[in-house]
Design a protein around this ligand. Structure first.
Ligand code: LP5
Ligand code: MN
Length: 242
């Protein structure tokens, strides 16, 4: 049975061409033999709108995903906190499906909750307030109506403010909140979740309402990339040589 693969936090951009190459090689080798590829957010360093598709490496990434889909391996994307503006034009160009902020998928025998993970970082109150703001449809519409140059300047401004804020935050508030994790598993009736965002790859066993559960965290690619491979025997974390 073909495996199902999970990746997140690649942060692809023109400034790190070596990671883009690792991604293209990953699609040609590892992903080519998969039943499906799930991308759990932050595929791109940031996404300022689908009209930025022509910018390198965006077009090449869409084209590589489209080739993968044409070979019979569908890609399904959950947007991250950096690329939540990925929209239907990108999805069409990539032959991919954007499946929303969270989803429960049947992973062989185990219902599994998949998400980017930023929504579980509830101790980061400042970030959650920022998130609620930029997820408002009217604000996104307004933003997308601005000229691309201005949008990129705004993104640059948000990124430097975010970096300055993150530098002063205690590291533990930038991790998931345990109650939020348990609540999400309980609400969706899942014994397993897979997410990214925190860049703290691990498998965390936990108990929810007396039931054994597990939380898998994906690695970021600019700190030593990798992916999760799931088959009927279970999940394994596999490192990629960058
Ligand atoms: O991504 P990472 O891990 O470095 O940091 C995140 C949180 N930061 C962000 C911001 C992104 O990194 C960059 C933004 C890309 C935006 C793309 C499109 C923008 C479109 C706007 C559409 C309306 O998500 C960081 C967390 C960290 O994860 C760990 O969880 O701490 O959060 C912050 O640092 C946020 C700060 O606490 C507050 C930021 C203040 C910025 C205020 C600008 C408001 C303008 C809004 C209107 C456009
Ligand atoms: Mn993220």
């Amino acid at each position: 049975m073909k495996p199902i693969l999970f990746i997140s936090d690649l942060h692809l951009c023109a400034e790190r061409p070596e990671i883009n190459r690792v991604f293209f090689r990953f699609l040609e080798r590892e992903a080519a033999g998969a039943a499906a590829l799930y991308i759990l957010g932050d595929l791109f360093e940031y996404w300022a709108g689908d009209d930025d598709l022509a910018e390198s490496p965006h077009a090449e990434v869409a084209e590589a995903l489209r080739r993968l889909a044409a070979s019979g391996v569908p890609a399904r994307i959950i947007p991250g906190n950096r690329d939540f503006l990925l929209g239907p034009r990108f999805a069409r160009a990539a032959g991919a499906e954007i499946i929303g902020d969270e989803a429960v998928i049947q992973l062989f025998d185990t219902p599994t909750l998949i998400l980017h993970g930023d929504q579980l970082c509830t101790d980061d109150v400042q970030y959650q307030a920022f998130r609620a703001r930029v997820r408002q449809p009217w604000l996104q519409k307004l933003f997308l109506a601005l000229p691309m140059g201005l949008r990129k300047r705004l993104v640059g401004n948000i990124r430097s403010r975010s970096q300055a804020a993150a530098a002063t935050k205690p590291p533990e508030i930038m991790d998931v909140n345990q109650d939020a994790v348990e609540q999400a598993l309980r609400e969706h009736g899942c014994p397993r979740m897979i997410h990214g965002h925190t860049h703290r790859p691990a498998r965390h066993p936990l108990r929810v309402d007396g039931r054994n559960c597990e939380r898998w965290v994906l690695p970021a690619w600019y700190e030593g990339g990798g992916y999760l491979r799931c088959d009927p025997q279970g999940i394994s974390a596999i490192a990629l040589n960058l």
